[in-house]
Design a protein around this ligand. Sequence first.
Ligand code: GLN
Length: 418
Amino acid sequence: MSVAVKDVLALKGARLTCGSKFLENFRSLYTATCVQRLIDAGVHIVGKTNMDEFAMGSSNETSYFGPVLNPWDNSRVPGGSSGGSAVAAAIGACNVALGTDTGGSIRQPAAFCGVVGMKPTYGRISRYGLTAFASSFDTVGTFSRTLEYSARALEIMSGYDEMDSTSVRVPVGKYSEALTRNVRGLRIGIPDEYFGEGIEPDVRRLIEESKKKLTEAGCTFVPISLPHTKYSIADYYILTTAEASSNLARFDGIRYSRRAIPPPKEEDGQGLAPLEEIYRTSRSEGFGREVKRRIMLGTYVLSSGYYDAYYIRAQKVRRLIAQDFIEAFVHCDAILTPTTPTTAFKFGEKASDPLSMYLNDIFTVSANLAGVPAISVPVGLDSKGLPVGAQLITKLFDEETMFALAKEIHIELHPPGF
Ligand code: GLN
């Protein structure tokens, strides 16, 4: 099995840039647990993949190294933040590409590039060696053309790791075997809130076709409600920016990599620059606009006077969103939704409007807020010839049902020329 690694995961001796100028020449001192487990299982690591800076973005346009192009149409974005991994899998450069999903960064680019994108339950795969963006959301997962490769990689990477206290001791499932499981009798929830305005007609049509396939396989459909969905984008962007502002404080120009004001040489006879000036100049030069925006938003929602109004409130809303899923799963075994309201958009279309960019995550962020597993499966092409993804969400640690159902609707797609 050949594997590409998103450049936010550590591989000893290799550069670990996180798509940032700050870490342009930083090399990892150790290897992430998930990558090490794959290496120990005998996989061949083919390389690191480009990404939005520090995994913040939905289009790959925030990478310091320039954007990845969508292989279905080079004028369009591959999605983000794991755009490089999505494309590596789509063009057959590897069997599996590792990505990370904090709010959709595996599922959204998978949908845009026509590959399987799988985010397991939070805690299923160790985060040791993953550069943190929002620690209580960050999840390692996979991209692949076929479900078999993702299932196999998940089996290898999963399981408790003493280096990550949030990894869990829940037994690892038989995901490959789940792909041959009979899905007859399973109940699939259709959440009202995910089928409102703004969904492209082709996306709607292909989700309907997936429903037909699942019906033929013996599944039934039940209407469900996830009533707090309308708060999920705001909630996600308050909590993840708060966590990011704390996590990214370690990039100060002293401990990691790029320092804007080098230490003076003895012969110059000058003293050290004031510490704050080193911080300020290093961070001003090292971070891109989107990362700065998130740090400022996060610092704001954590500051005294706003902490209760934003951060604490958002934590309570997160709880309500998680509760929505618990209640929905009383009535169904899985939830089916579109992965994204639209297919891949053009470069520049949303880059100058952060809010419209953030709204692209509307169907993906809730699974991260609740920690539940979710997969995006290619289900066909729209009238422009662009891939459409369907999303299946299951209960905590029920990746097996997720794979079993995914098998019924998956269509293997290859971009023209690949
Ligand atoms: N697009 C989302 C964001 O910009 C998701 C990022 C992610 O999952 N890493 O935050």
